[in-house]
Design a protein around this ligand. Sequence first.
Ligand code: NAD
Ligand code: IPM
Ligand code: MN
Length: 332
Amino acid sequence: MTHRIAVVGGDGIGPEVISVALDVIAAAGAGISTTEFELGGHRYLRDGTVLDDETLEELRTFDAILLGAVGTPEVPPGVIERGLLLKARFELDLYVNLRPFTLPDGHSFTVIRENTEGTYAGEGGFLRKGTPHEIATQGSVNTRMGAERAIRYGFELARARERRHLTLVHKTNVLTFSGDLWERTFNEVAEEYSDVETAYNHVDAACIHFVEDPHRYEVIVTDNLFGDILTDLGGAVAGGIGLAASANLNPDRTGPSLFEPVHGSAPDIAGKGLANPTAAVLSAVLMLEFLGEAECAERVRAACESVIADDAVPDVGTDEIAKAILSGLEQG
Ligand code: NAD
Ligand code: IPM
Ligand code: MN
């Protein structure tokens, strides 16, 4: 079976790492066909296009979307990030952002980040902009439905894991409206999952535990912005941001899901051959798993893991790492 994949390399290191991901899964024999979409800051600078409705409709027809990274310093912040990536997450209803981490000692944990609401929803605006009395508000939108579906996904995932352990991360001691909704929803859903052990951490304390005691975590469910910040930290403690993969899932499969590294376009290293492509390759692994290609995904994952564990492979150098993953595949 051939899966139709829409590919958005994007900006900066995005195309560099996506080209490696495509080479690796092709070498692994993945049955995919790819269609490239030129989207991102460079396209915007050329003709003003961010993500037009026609392209969005076309993207809906694919089995999955593989994206490198978008955003570039020549374009004001938010134009591409909101107009392309967040538009895709919202319009395709990719309500689960799944971000797994494996520590150097082998311990794995997964963050489920709510992906369609919170401060990301875009509520707010300016009053008296540019005057000394300027006001800017940026609201946080939290629906029962939105929190509940992310939380339920977290419980289901925890139920399938060894320890059956789920931690809610929020800031209930200050965010007494949204935190209350999240906590009540979490506790109510927990009653249906008596086999899953639960815990709660405030997000600031979770930052301490990520660094000092990440073993306490198996599955975490959290709000959109907390999840964004925590998962960069997750990358940093789990071998570096160049290894961190993510899946933006439409679990109901009413359209394509989108797979991308946690990292951004890294303008500081773009074009220098320094980007670690592993995060992009592992994002393609998450894509293959979601598409039901478990065996192919597992071989690519094993190749990545052998390279990560191999001290002889340098942790910078896109080509060097790509070659090591490809040779790991051949040997595997
Ligand atoms: P970033 O993740 O691009 O970079 C942060 C740091 O991590 C930089 O020092 C970078 O060199 C390093 N880094 C990132 N990926 C790496 C890799 N694969 N290998 C080695 N080092 C790597 O974050 P930023 O600098 O805050 O953002 C740059 C741009 O990317 C912004 O426009 C931002 O909005 C955008 N962004 C896009 C996405 C996405 O498309 N999914 C995600 C995050 C940031
Ligand atoms: C991520 C990124 C995005 C986010 C940006 C680029 C919109 O940082 O995927 O983590 O904040 O979700
Ligand atoms: Mn982020």
